[in-house]
Design a protein around this ligand. Structure first.
Ligand code: C2E
Ligand code: MG
Ligand code: MG
Ligand code: MG
Length: 282
């Protein structure tokens, strides 16, 4: 018994709904506290060049080490943070944490690679460029070392608002990647207007290659178009060699996926970079 409709048409929430609502409410409170207490962590998933197998960057992915529930993945709390508005402070925390980490690597003379952070649509307001610049400058980080991953969902804010903000970010030296490409609703109409440098092919198109002819055709079309537009192409979620071989043959530039490495703690990434750990292209 989840919910009932009364004669008057109002919804009454039964016990199951109460529990769910209470859980979410509790989780939100705990998440707010975790953000304030700096109790979240970033893991980093390396991206490898499909030309020489070397690590050419990494993506910061947030995790919540929960005292009772263990490591909570972002799929369980980022949407909640987006709904409640908490994403604003969470998003600032992520940028701050990534910059602190880059600064730490610079201090230890670890070879620098660009680090990408994910941005939600709700973070994308006119003050965003100033906010990010302030953090990056405070940590003494070259803006080229910070990449920003955005998705087409940004367009809910309106193209006339978001495109100037994107241009502002690019003018300040940050580069933009379009994440989960192909899953949005407006890909082609806006692709030429976005000042992006990188296109990330969503994992959903990668899963089926090379067996599924439709997935192969879509992957090929995305790579061809992206290259025509002078974008770097990253294939997301590559788990096996057959997928890698196929995307590499299409001319994809970089690979990010379990075949090379899952997201790992910061120290582990630094170790991989220092040892020049490479993706085997054989
Ligand atoms: P995303 O930005 O598309 O990140 C890639 C996701 O795919 C990551 O999941 C990564 O662990 C996973 N992945 C990478 N390679 C493979 C693979 O070979 N196989 C499979 N099955 N999965 C793979 P994760 O870390 O759970 O993050 C999920 C999503 O949560 C991200 O998707 C992103 O949309 C969001 N997210 C993560 N961190 C942040 C953040 O700091 N801020 C915001 N706004 N969103 C975030
Ligand atoms: Mg991403
Ligand atoms: Mg993605
Ligand atoms: Mg994805």
């Amino acid at each position: 018994r989840v919910q009932q409709t009364s004669d008057s048409g109002y919804l009454f929430f039964g016990p199951a709904m109460n529990i769910r609502a209470k859980e979410l409410w509790q989780l939100e409170g705990e998440l707010r506290q975790a953000v304030n207490e700096n109790a979240l962590v970033l893991h980093y998933q390396p991206k490898a060049s499909l030309r020489n197998g070397r690590i050419v960057g990494a993506e910061a992915l947030i995790r919540w080490p929960h005292p009772v529930q263990g490591m909570i993945p972002p799929s369980r709390f980022v949407p909640l943070a987006e709904e409640t508005g908490l994403i604003y402070s969470l998003g600032n925390w992520v940028i701050e944490a990534a910059c602190r980490q880059i600064h730490d690597w610079m201090r230890k003379s670890i070879p620098l690679i660009p680090i990408a952070v994910n941005l939600s649509a709700r973070q994308f307001d006119a003050q965003l460029p100033d906010r990010i610049s302030e953090i990056v400058e405070r940590h003494g980080i070259p803006p080229e070392m910070l990449r920003l991953e955005i998705t087409e969902s940004l367009l809910v804010r309106g193209a006339e608002l978001v495109i100037p903000i994107m241009n502002d970010l690019v003018a300040r030296g940050f580069s933009l990647s379009l994440d989960d490409f192909g899953t949005g609703y407006s890909s082609l109409a806006y692709l030429k207007k976005f000042p992006i440098s990188t296109l990330k092919i969503d994992r959903s198109f990668v899963i089926g290659v090379p067996q599924d002819k439709n997935d192969c055709a879509i992957a090929q079309a995305i790579v061809t178009m992206g290259k025509q537009l002078d974008h770097e192409i990253v294939a997301e979620g590559i788990e096996n060699k057959a997928q890698m071989d196929f995307l590499r043959s299409l001319g994809c530039d970089q690979l990010q996926g379990y075949l090379f490495s899952p997201p790992v703690p910061a120290d582990r990434l630094a170790e991989m970079v220092c040892k020049d750990h490479r993706l085997s292209l054989e």
